[in-house]
Design a protein around this ligand. Structure first.
Ligand code: ASP
Ligand code: MG
Length: 411
């Protein structure tokens, strides 16, 4: 008799047939004696359409109105799922975020959840009614509609599970778990039965699309047991665990990649104090996120400064830096937006040496040039030219033998 929050993504509610299948799955849990609260995304493709519609009105549509517009996708699916459940004889009630209420700050388009009222949902659960809550949306202190950023209904699911102190949060999606690498690229990629929060957080923020990074952060913070599994077929999925015993962990758990990258280099900059801040200052003031940063010192008292940004921000960042180049008298400003980032992640790295060289050897063997490197305690990322993406991911996957079940792996 558990309390379970189930979140269904866009493909899982992409048609009436699929919504029927979701209802079947929910009913299966109810019949087994569990209590279920459901969070849904918009039907697949709907949010994209709404965004395109909004952008067609103006080059810079108001972010407040964009949120009002985008939030409508989820209004459709909560109503449909509640109708289907009721039609089967299982009382259900749909909720928009302001009805719950799911309180957020006022950063339109990337709002953060600050609190969730649970009274109405609890009353429903106690009365045997299934609450069906709109993902992705929130309400700020002034009553404005907000959204949590693309993919944000994962975060609604986890936050709701935390607020309700649910026994588990299931993220029901179109894949049956978290894989060692993108199975579309690596044929023998393997579903991971378990992964730690730390690793999942790295994978999510390094480009693996399975979970919204904020949702993993939330699950870690509030210790919500989280599982990623398929809404179409039965299976254990991937459990995201709090356990962090590096001794039992494989050195590398998975590989993430991101195509959403671009790099900018300013070369021949005088090697004097304050240069990094003069280059990155304007970029960060424009709210452009900088990821990797590398500085090489030349023999002639100048330095080359390279950093990466999201591909969407590339042109704007270059524009901002042209005047800085002139001011600093830098020799050249150049960039490349055909680069990708490939990362290996594993908590086992803490207790094992040689992970980096194994990764670099694998790339060298394929003649892939590494453009940038960055490391943290449990991850190593490299930037390579876009055309090498698939080859690089496959070579690294092979090098760490991720396709074969690691010896003694717990299922
Ligand atoms: N419907 C929203 C999106 O497409 C939220 C989500 O799917 O999680 O980004
Ligand atoms: Mg989605």
């Amino acid at each position: 008799m558990a309390l379970i929050v189930q979140k269904y993504g866009g493909t899982s509610v992409g048609s009436i047939e699929r919504i029927q299948a979701v209802a079947d799955r929910v009913i299966g849990y109810l019949n087994a004696g569990h209590r279920v609260a459901v969070v849904v995304s918009a039907m697949s493709g709907e949010t994209n359409k709404l965004v395109a519609l909004g952008r067609s009105t103006s080059a810079r549509p108001s972010s407040r109105e964009m949120d009002v517009l985008q939030a409508t996708g989820e209004q459709v699916t909560v109503a449909l799922l509640a109708m289907v459940l009721a039609d089967r004889g299982y009382p259900a009630r749909s909720y928009l975020a302001h009805q719950v209420a799911i309180h957020t700050d006022s950063s339109f388009g990337r709002a953060r959840i600050v609190g969730i009222d649970t009274e109405r949902l609890r009353a429903d659960l106690d009365a045997g009614v299934v609450p069906v809550v709109a993902g992705f949306q929130g309400v700020d202190a002034e009553g404005n509609v907000t959204t949590l950023g693309r993919g944000g209904s994962d975060t609604t699911g986890v936050a709701l599970a935390a607020a309700l102190r649910a026994d588990e949060c299931e993220i029901c999606t179109d894949v049956d778990g978290v894989y060692t690498a993108d199975p579309r690229i690596v044929e023998d990629a393997r579903r991971l039965p378990r992964i730690t929060f730390e690793e999942m957080l790295e994978l999510a923020s390094l480009g693996s699309k399975v979970l919204h990074p904020r949702s993993v952060e939330f699950a870690g913070k509030y210790q919500v047991p989280l599982r990623v599994l398929s809404s179409f077929e039965d299976g254990p999925g991937t459990l995201i665990t709090m356990e962090n015993d590096a001794m039992e962990q494989p050195v590398v758990s998975g590989i993430a990649h991101s195509k959403d990258e671009a790099k900018i280099t300013m070369s021949g900059v005088p090697d004097v104090p304050g240069v990094a801040s003069r280059i990155l200052g304007p970029v960060s003031r424009a709210a452009i996120e900088v990821d990797m940063i590398v500085q090489n010192t030349g023999a002639d008292g100048t330095t080359d400064f390279t950093f990466t940004v999201k591909r969407d921000d590339y042109e704007r960042a270059l524009e901002l830096l042209r005047p800085v180049q002139a001011e600093l008298g830098a020799r050249e400003l150049a960039g490349d937006n055909r680069i990708v980032k490939v990362s290996v992640v594993g908590v086992g790295m803490r207790s094992h040496a040689g992970v980096a060289s194994r990764m670099f050897d694998a790339l060298a063997a394929e003649n892939i040039n590494i453009l940038m490197i960055s490391t943290s305690e449990i991850k190593i990322s490299v930037v390579v030219t876009e055309k090498y993406l698939e080859l690089a991911v496959r070579a690294i996957h092979d090098a760490f033998e991720l396709g074969k079940a690691a010896a003694g792996e717990r299922v």
